[in-house]
Design a protein around this ligand. Structure first.
Ligand code: ARG
Length: 598
């Protein structure tokens, strides 16, 4: 189906064109004076310069033309007002038909625009052997939602977790293990046999080993050098170290998978930094041979500064003076790898905005040296920090780094306490509390523009009222309970609901709240197209919040179940039903479940 804004725009454009004006002036937007009209066109004002006419004159001409045209029949009211706005209000019949048709269409009539993109999304980005903390939470939540939205919008999407499994952190763990268990066969240089298939540590031990090693290396220079050396040995292929690294990886990945599953976040690829390493030698050779990489203070660098830079952009370091590769080298090689394996049109990085400079350097180096195909779009979506009420990065009550598992457990508990009086068995209650808790967490995050920092306020996020995940879920539950009553009254099953409504039509709205709800529903495709183009899940949140509020007004103003006029009753029910389906779909795009009851 054509987006509602397109249907309106085309009608207005035609009026402009038939009067000899350029098509581009026929742009329309949602009215910013909903008390006066539903949509508006500001093109007459923009056309003044080109046609040297008063804006109101142009607006009046266009309005008159539109009123007489066939396409203008969708409007109830077309008005030219000072200084040159064209105010537009749709006919209730048209709106009802449009929403009705959406209800009968796959994806509510959304149609993919243009050629589908092939997007690799780099999100999650956890580091193996380190517990998942809320720093990685935002990446997972935002990335998952973008993945789902892009897919819905018709793009091909490959979600890659891009594990941090290479570099000093591995050397640190290996060094600490060596200190604790020097007898392990992995440290015996003369050993040539097979290594045991079982890891010599548990995840719990690993989680304790890394912070211990990291703290020690900060205090002890010798220890730090040992770790650096271990890292170099691992990277140059030491058998025992590689075997240990494999153990660390498999123990860690199993744990990470469980954690992400609990969050309802998934990845198509479990690639890791180490996978890009084989691409480094050729890449570096090419950069050198093409004259892009040069030696500076012993290191191999690519200059990426530009004359018009407002902020200094330092050279991108490709190899350190000891020949070791860096985070930037790995990211460059990963671009080479992704281009080769998937030939994507886009790579999107959902990473903490504090890494913005790193990505700026990497993107510039990739484009300048030609290791990234020129038509490949590299996009950095930097997200802000989740802060506590004190405005500082969120911590546990004791002041430590908050682990994801604990955060989820605490939120679930909070919601469960709120639901104490519900008549549900304990198991169901727990499951629902978890779904609601995750909604509180995810919606609290996604409803902000990603780049902004936000304050994690559990009381507010978990509230069943206001702009929160639980409120939206509650709206769904409410609609479902209305539909359930109707099903019981009619003696039909849930599965029959689709076919029941298939031949029922929406009749024209007779109440304000009904019309407003329809207007919100009608702009679903417009919203999706923006959310997808701008990688902006917060637009989906804003949309469902508006839909939920409109539904609430609609529910109070109309007597859905007791309506006497049967055609109208079915219309009200069908509108409720479509609203429920759309909100549930949007929640799904945000990675949020809709419980049956709560
Ligand atoms: N592992 C990194 C970190 O924890 C994030 C990785 C982001 N993705 C990337 N391609 N660099 O900071």
């Amino acid at each position: 189906m054509k987006k509602i804004s397109v249907v309106i725009k085309e009608a207005v454009e035609d009026a402009f064109v038939s009067l000899g004006y350029d098509k581009k002036y026929g742009m329309v937007s949602i009215s910013n004076r909903p008390d006066l009209c539903q949509y508006q066109c500001n093109g007459a004002m923009a056309a003044v310069k080109e046609y040297k006419k008063a804006p109101l004159v142009i607006a009046e001409e266009v309005a008159d033309k539109l009123k007489l045209s066939e396409e203008g029949k969708i409007f109830e009211k077309i008005e030219a007002v000072k200084p040159g706005f064209i105010n537009l209000t749709l006919k209730d019949e048209f709106l009802a038909d449009y929403v009705n048709e959406m209800g009968g269409n796959d994806n509510f009539g959304y149609e993919t625009e243009g050629k589908p993109k092939k997007i690799v999304i780099d999100y999650g980005g956890p580091n193996v052997a380190k517990p998942l903390h809320i720093g990685h939470l935002r990446s997972a939540i935002i990335g998952e939602s973008i993945k789902r939205t892009e897919r819905f919008a018709g793009n091909e999407v490959i979600g890659d977790v891009h594990l941090g499994d290479w570099g000093l952190q591995m050397g640190l763990i290996i060094t600490e293990l060596k200190h604790r268990k020097p007898e392990l066969v992995y440290f015996d240089e003369s050993y040539t046999g097979e290594y045991p298939s079982k890891a010599p540590f548990t995840m719990g031990e690993l989680e304790e080993i890394y912070p211990a090693a990291s703290a020690r290396s900060k205090e002890n220079e010798e220890y730090k050098n040992e770790a650096l050396q271990a890292t170099a040995l691992l990277q140059s292929g030491n058998r025992g170290y590689l075997a240990l690294w494999n153990h660390i990886l498999s123990v860690s990945v199993a744990d990470l998978k469980k954690n992400y599953e609990n969050l309802n976040v998934s990845f198509d690829l479990w690639k890791k930094e180490s996978d890009a390493q084989p691409y480094i030698p050729d890449m570096v050779e090419k950069m050198k041979a093409d004259g892009f990489a040069h030696t500076s203070e012993g290191a191999l660098v690519v200059d990426v500064a530009r004359e018009d830079d407002k902020k200094e952009v330092p050279p991108c370091i490709i190899l350190k003076s000891d020949g070791a590769s860096l985070y930037s080298t790995t990211d460059l090689a990963t671009i080479v790898e992704r281009a080769k394996l998937f030939n994507p049109t886009d790579i999107l990085y959902v990473v903490d905005k504090r890494q913005e400079m790193h990505f700026e350097q990497v993107f510039r180096a990739a484009k300048k040296t030609g290791i990234a195909p020129s038509e490949l779009n590299l996009t950095f979506l930097g997200f802000g920090t989740m802060n506590g009420k004190d405005g500082k990065p969120f911590k546990t009550r004791e002041g430590g780094v908050m682990r994801l598992e604990r955060l989820i457990a605490e939120i679930t508990e909070e919601v469960e306490a709120k639901m104490a009086d519900r008549e549900m068995d304990e198991e169901t209650k727990h499951t629902v509390a978890r779904q609601v808790g995750l909604a509180a967490l995810k919606y609290g995050d996604l409803s902000n523009q990603a780049s902004k920092d936000y304050i994690f306020d559990l009381d507010r996020f978990a509230s069943f009222e206001g702009n929160t995940g639980p409120y939206i879920q509650y709206t769904v539950v409410r609609i479902r309970s209305i539909l359930d009553k109707f099903l019981a009254e009619k003696g039909i099953t849930k599965a029959e609901l689709d076919s029941f409504f298939a031949d029922k039509k929406l009749v024209k709205a007779t109440t304000v709240s009904e019309r407003e709800l329809e207007l919100v529903i009608a702009k679903f495709s417009d919203m999706i197209s923006l959310a997808a183009a701008e990688y902006a899940p917060h637009k989906i949140c804003a949309y469902i919040y508006e839909a939920a509020n409109c539904f609430s007004a609609f529910y109070h103003e109309n007597h859905i179940l007791t309506e006497q006029d049967e055609a109208r009753k079915y219309s009200l029910l069908k509108l409720s039903y479509i609203t429920e389906k759309i909100i549930v779909k949007c929640l799904d795009l945000l990675g949020i479940d809709a419980p049956e009851r709560m």
